[in-house]
Design a protein around this ligand. Structure first.
Ligand code: HEC
Length: 209
């Protein structure tokens, strides 16, 4: 074999094996996954993301939330995710088919959010936290997403959806209010939709030891 043929064969094998391992094999294995019927609700598992939550998925992506938050409950007993009540069972590929781009994430600077909607349902508290994380947890190093909120003068009546109970430097001055934009409303709808408390046969809940 002359040197040029050897070089091109080597390049082909290098990229070809990466393509087989990273694209062809996963698609053959997981590409056919479909939601399963949910007999109780008449819907499917995992439930489809609908309404405002679809727009919220885009806000989540655009703001880089996955830089600090994972969305994957890792297996028991290799990790303590289930003991820490991040979820009742391990996340499996079928859980992710509801996401256009799964936000598995790599770093957990903040908590895992796969089941955030199951542990927090107080919409006002979620808005307060996004607007000013430090007003909820003084030690928090989560950035403020105050630009998803409108800081404005109260005209005649305070708005019905204005944030209540804000404290600290970002709290509105008397006569002013903080109101969620549509993006903030969508993001909160998405966060509330994060809930993997439906059964999947390939991911049974670990039995108590
Ligand atoms: C720089 C890292 C960082 C980024 C980026 C970040 N967070 Fe956080 N987040 C944290 C940390 C740290 C905490 C824990 C402290 C706290 O509660 O503020 C947290 C907590 C949370 C919680 C509460 C979780 C729980 O279980 O109580 C939610 C919800 C949340 N973040 C949503 C978001 C969303 C939505 C975005 C994007 C708009 C985002 N975070 C971006 C670091 C981050």
């Amino acid at each position: 074999m002359n040197k040029l043929t050897l070089l091109f064969t080597g390049i082909f094998l290098t990229f070809g094996s990466a393509w087989v391992g990273l694209v062809a094999y996963p698609v053959a294995n997981l590409g056919h996954l479909q939601p399963l019927p949910n007999e109780e609700t008449g819907g499917v598992n995992p439930p489809t993301v609908s309404g405002l939550a679809v727009a919220g998925q885009k806000v989540y992506a655009a703001n880089g939330c996955m830089e600090c938050h994972t969305q994957q409950v890792r297996p028991d007993p290799l990790t303590t995710d289930i003991a820490k009540q991040l979820g009742k069972r391990q996340t499996v590929p079928r859980d992710e088919i509801r996401e256009h781009t799964p936000f598995l994430g790599e770093y957990r600077i903040g908590q895992d959010l796969s089941n955030f909607g199951a542990r927090q349902t107080d919409v006002a508290a979620i808005h307060r936290h996004l607007y000013s994380p430090k007003s909820v947890s003084p030690w928090s190093n989560m950035p403020s997403y105050s630009y998803l909120y409108e800081y404005r003068k109260v005209v005649s009546q305070p708005s019905a959806n204005a944030l209540q109970g804000l404290t600290g430097p970002r709290a509105p001055k008397p006569g002013y209010e903080v109101v969620p934009t549509q993006q903030a409303e969508a993001l909160v709808a998405y966060l509330l939709s994060l809930n993997q408390n439906y059964p999947l046969p390939e991911s049974p809940e670990p039995t108590a030891k």
